[in-house]
Design a protein around this ligand. Structure first.
Ligand code: SF4
Length: 748
């Protein structure tokens, strides 16, 4: 039997009470480490820090490390010490949490009694306040009999679960050994993809696989991943997606391939799965948080038995036990073989899945669909913005203890504005030191204040922003731009906003790839590979492109060279573009999509198109469309013919929509969709030339992101082997060799 850590044993069997996510400011792990070292350094004589303990209690083999051990304490007993750091008054420390600390210490005590054949030990729980370094120690004396009895009960509870889990794992692996592909045979290219995925797991690598549309990518990736799980001792499979529809695609494929024993859970963001969104997550506010841990064991057992935990089944189980389904899903992420989740659950700063994987030493395999979106998503996870107005608004009603910190932060804003007074955006060389330091102080004061006065949501949000800002400022480098924007608030008062905008997340992601067992990133648009490898921080990857299933004769490709779509010529050329489109629609009526680089250009073109009699209904994407409006837009193509849709490149209809056959017979791509040559992108290009060389900077900033959008938009056309259609690239620059080199070779 494998060892069980004392921490995991207690977390499972000794945790009681309610969820409480009110900001009771627990120290960071770095603070905790410093506090531990401080106390351990003060202990003299025969004190041994980080004392390892292991032994068998009941059926379980346990292992752990007490913070301190003394063979003989001043009271004449062998002593074990556990150090816990905290902030603020000890009286506010959650009693449920204190019980958990004692439980851990008692199990260590039992292991010590067994190891040294002792009859009694002294257990000391030492709390240290991070800010004041004040220590408070509580000692208890326990007999061997009491400690073993206490620990044996925890072990009994855990062991019942542990035995079940081992049985589940054996059955799961046996069933996975026997799975069969859900179709009679692989499609062309799909087998090759499946082999590449299997090899990735077998050799514990990270792969970037470009796999074309129509190949059945999801099945082609999932089947070998499941097959590899028992053969390569994979504990967990994380199926990650950038969009909610991506999660549904994983779920549907799993429902066809996975054996019934495989436990699957889908994680959602809190705003999508909370039943009491207006309440706070603690027992005094939300009834579903109250007594959560007391009712969890029964719910957890039912969820484990059910195995397939999509949103509906989680809701049903949670409501039967009157607990929160959002937190139930998080709990089940510990016990499910497969977790379907958004990418942020593995990659962001506080990612749940990454934390669980490290804590439990899981061998976890990752699969990322639509991996071409990973750079932008990850950049967003490591960016933060602060607005002076938010602080000024809070400062007006700030309680007296926080006034000085708020005023000092506001003073820092004002002084930076004096040095950078012009309305508009400029780029600073680094986050202003005065602002970082005043935000650090404000966050610290707010932390202290909230210990005694929890529940101020506005203060909590301000504090989290300040903390996030200072944390990212600490790791500042040329992977991040500092945007300083001055603007007129309510058309009168000058105010400022600062944004730490990450442009290259590779430094933050490198360890995420190294720590998993294997990872497969796949997409229909993943070239040039070097761009993704560089910006995602992947070392020594496998890269492969599977040839397209479509042939040149399925596609009519035209480059319209005599129309200039650059910004200064758009007014003059919109009419020519409209006439060209009219000509095509008259020759071959049907459903078409026109992609433009901006809503302004789209409006201009729509105006010209409306003036022409084309016999087609024109529909347009608008800037903020609800889910229903989006669906309506797509349904027009599904249910009607002679539809001419206008959409933006890189927008909501630029990828992820499937319009096979005559639902879509042609696409016009108007202009290259290059990012604007503004200060931001010039600054980005400058930093990229330092990070990736001057020869790559322009393409990494402008060309590759633009062509990715073009290829994704064009990818809406041919969806299966019997599709035919037209792509018109309307801009003379599509003929330039450096642009052509970034487009799929089979187009030409
Ligand atoms: S139901 Fe909502 S408010 Fe209540 S504990 Fe769950 S997430 Fe928090």
């Amino acid at each position: 039997m494998q060892y069980v850590s004392v921490t995991n044993l207690c977390d499972f069997a000794a945790r009681k009470g309610s969820i409480d996510t009110r900001y009771t400011p627990t120290p960071s792990s770095e603070d905790g480490r410093i506090a531990h070292a401080l106390i351990q350094g003060q202990r003299k004589g025969n004190y041994v820090a980080e004392y390892p303990l292991q032994g068998t209690i009941g059926e379980l083999k346990l292992r752990g490390r007490a913070d301190g051990y003394r063979p003989i304490s001043t009271n004449g007993y062998p002593e074990l010490e556990e150090i816990k750091s905290h902030r603020g008054s000890l009286e506010r420390l959650n009693p449920d949490k204190q019980n958990l600390h004692w439980a851990q210490l008692k199990v260590y005590g039992a292991l010590l009694c067994l190891k040294d054949d002792l009859e009694q030990v002294q257990l000391t729980l030492c709390y240290i306040d991070i800010d004041s370094e004040k220590q408070h120690s509580i000692s208890q004396y326990h007999t061997r009999q009491d400690l073993i009895k206490f620990s044996a009960e925890l072990c009994r509870v855990y062991n019942v679960w542990h035995q079940q889990e081992m049985g589940h794992r054996a059955q799961r692996d046996q069933d996975l050994h026997a799975i069969k592909f859900c179709h009679p045979k692989f499609r062309a290219g799909q087998r090759q993809l499946a082999e590449d995925v299997y090899k990735t797991v077998a050799t514990a690598r990270v792969s970037l696989l470009e796999a074309p549309t129509g190949l059945g990518k999801t099945h082609g990736v999932l089947f070998p991943q499941l097959t590899a799980m028992p053969r390569h001792a994979i504990d967990r499979l994380f199926l990650l997606s950038h969009r909610n529809t991506g999660k549904s695609i994983w779920r549907e494929a799993l429902s066809e391939l996975a054996p019934e024993t495989l436990r699957v859970v889908q994680l959602e963001a809190r705003h999508r799965s909370c039943d009491n969104l207006t309440l706070a997550c603690h027992g005094e506010s939300c009834p579903l948080a109250k007594g959560f841990y007391d009712r969890l064991p029964a719910a957890r057992q039912q969820a484990a038995d059910q195995a397939w935990l999509d949103n509906d089944s989680l809701s049903s189980i949670a409501s039967q036990h009157s607990i929160c389904r959002y937190f139930l899903a998080q709990e089940m992420a510990k016990w499910c073989d497969v977790v379907i989740a958004d990418v942020n659950h593995y990659f962001d700063q506080q990612a749940l899945l990454y934390g669980l994987m490290r804590q439990n030493n899981w061998r976890a395999a990752l699969c990322l669909d639509e991996a071409h979106n990973s750079i932008d998503r990850a950049s967003g996870m490591y960016s933060v913005s602060l607005d002076e107005v938010d602080l000024a608004n809070y400062a007006k009603r700030a309680p007296a203890p926080l006034k000085p910190a708020c005023n000092s932060a506001l003073k820092a804003w004002r002084e930076i504005r004096k040095s950078n007074p012009n309305d508009g955006t400029t780029f600073l060389h680094e986050p202003p030191k005065s602002l970082v330091s005043s935000c650090t102080k404000l966050a610290s004061k707010a932390t202290e204040y909230m210990i005694e006065h929890p529940g101020d949501a506005e203060l909590q949000e301000l504090m989290f922003h300040c903390m996030s800002f200072t944390k990212l400022a600490e790791t500042f480098g040329n992977h991040t731009l500092v945007q300083w924007s001055v603007y007129k608030h309510r058309h009168r008062f000058q105010r400022a906003r600062i944004k730490l905008q990450n442009i290259d997340p590779s430094d933050f992601l490198r360890h995420r790839w190294q720590d998993c067992q294997s990872a497969v990133l796949f997409s229909a648009t993943l070239q040039p590979f070097e761009y993704y490898v560089d910006l995602l921080g992947i070392e020594n990857p496998v890269t492969k492109a599977i040839p397209s299933l479509f042939t040149k004769d399925q596609l009519t490709l035209r480059v319209i060279k005599n129309i200039d779509t650059r910004l200064h010529n758009r007014q003059h050329t919109a009419q020519s573009i409209a006439q060209r489109i009219q000509q095509q629609l008259q020759e071959t009526p049907g459903n078409y999509l026109i992609y433009t680089p901006s809503f302004a250009y789209q409006a201009l073109l729509e105006h010209e198109l409306c003036d022409l009699q084309m016999g087609h209904r024109i529909i347009s994407q608008t800037e903020s469309m609800s889910e229903d409006q989006r669906q309506l837009f797509i349904n027009n193509f599904r249910q009607q013919r002679k539809i001419l849709g206008l959409a933006t490149l890189g927008g909501i209809f630029g990828e992820g929509i499937d319009l096979p056959g005559d639902e879509l017979i042609g696409i016009f791509i108007v202009s290259l969709g290059l990012p604007p040559h503004d200060d931001f992108h010039r600054e980005m290009q400058r930093q990229f030339s330092k990070r990736f060389g001057i020869e790559n900077a322009y393409s990494y900033t402008f060309l590759i992101p633009a062509m990715r959008k073009v290829i994704q938009a064009a990818g809406r056309l041919l969806r299966n082997e019997t599709d035919y259609g037209l792509i018109e690239l309307i801009d003379q620059r599509f003929e330039q060799p450096e642009i052509k080199a970034l487009l799929p070779t089979w187009w030409f």
